[in-house]
Design a protein around this ligand. Structure first.
Ligand SMILES: [Zn+2]
Ligand SMILES: [Zn+2]
Length: 319
């Protein structure tokens, strides 16, 4: 790291030196393209009728593990500290999240907390709303917020955005060993496919479905949270940004698409503020709370939500 960006954002965001920039670019480019190749291979296997029930099962189970790791582990636990849990379950969440291939925990947490601090204003790492007016500006913004933001030559300073994680030796262990867990997430479906299917081809199709194609589909859904859910959807709360509750995105991302609710109450373990809003990770956490796997679940009470809603309506009568 070398120079800082504009004085308004200093010292939160820094420009990478050329060597670090190259490493970041290659890593991000690989993350964006390799799973896409796997997805294309999955389509070919489907087209040629070589996909088994085992492959579909592995895809579904690994998708659930991946999404729970990111949404419950990286997001609601690590970035927002919206509940507490044992070191054992914390480890399971960090490993599951790392299998998602969205980067090691320090990258994820610092990027995400920066997103909340600057939401849809200069400094937001992945806003779709800062790329000019008109339809073209919207399209450019959507594309940028979906994936190419990862190719940026800036980085979020760890000491500013995540000093708490930086001080935690056990959490930093999961940061340092990220690539091993990512590899494990590819190895598990491959081994299951080999053992159950009993052939190299069965191992390969399981690797494609439970590994690469699963990463592709789950991450495309997850990145819709930053792109689509900051452009289209309901806005019951005036958060001073463009965050929106987008139900289709929320269904595929276990509740993360309810961005307007989340930006209004970022510390809440639930993203739904009404019982019928789709928030699978919130429902899972409520259940885990009942059996004491997690505890000290934070959420605003009904009066706080109602007051916030009234204030928002007063400010933006059309919302
Ligand atoms: Zn957001
Ligand atoms: Zn958040």
């Amino acid at each position: 790291m070398s120079t800082t960006v504009g004085p308004a954002l200093e010292p939160a965001i820094v420009k990478l030196d050329p060597a670090s920039r190259r490493i970041k670019w290659v890593t991000a480019f690989t993350l964006m393209t390799l799973p896409a190749i796997g997805f294309a291979a999955a389509l070919y296997l489907l087209w040629t009728g070589q996909v088994t029930a085992v492959d579909w099962t592995l895809f579904g189970v690994m998708y659930a593990v991946h999404m729970a790791g990111i949404t419950i582990g990286f997001h609601r636990y690590l970035a927002h500290k919206s509940f507490k849990t044992s070191r054992f379950f914390e480890g399971a969440l960090m490993i599951a999240g790392s299998m998602g291939g969205q980067g090691p925990i320090m990258f994820w947490v610092t990027t995400h907390r920066r997103h909340h601090r600057f939401s849809d204003h200069e400094g937001d790492p992945h806003s779709p709303n800062l790329h000019g007016p008109g339809v073209l500006g919207k399209l450019r913004g959507l594309w940028h917020a979906h994936m190419p933001w990862m190719l940026s030559d800036e980085t979020s300073r760890w000491t500013v955005f995540a000093p708490d994680v930086l001080r935690d030796r056990r959490l930093m262990f999961y940061h340092r060993t990220y690539l091993y867990w990512l590899a494990l997430g590819l190895l598990i479906p491959t081994v299951v496919g080999l053992v159950v299917g009993g052939s190299l081809m069965a191992g390969f199709t399981a690797f494609v479905f439970g590994g690469l194609a699963r990463i592709f589909v789950a991450n495309q859904a997850a990145w819709c949270v930053g792109s689509i859910s900051h452009m289209w959807g309901g806005r019951p709360f005036d958060n001073g940004d463009r965050s929106a509750n987008n139900w289709p995105v929320a269904v595929f991302t276990f509740g993360e698409g309810l961005q307007n609710n989340h930006h209004a109450f970022p510390g809440s373990y639930k993203h739904a503020v009404r019982a019928w809003e789709p928030d699978l990770s919130g429902w899972v956490l409520t259940t885990l709370g009942k059996v004491r796997v997690v505890w000290d679940l934070r959420q605003p009470d009904k009066a706080t939500i109602a007051a916030r809603r009234r204030r928002s309506h007063a400010r933006t009568p059309q919302a």
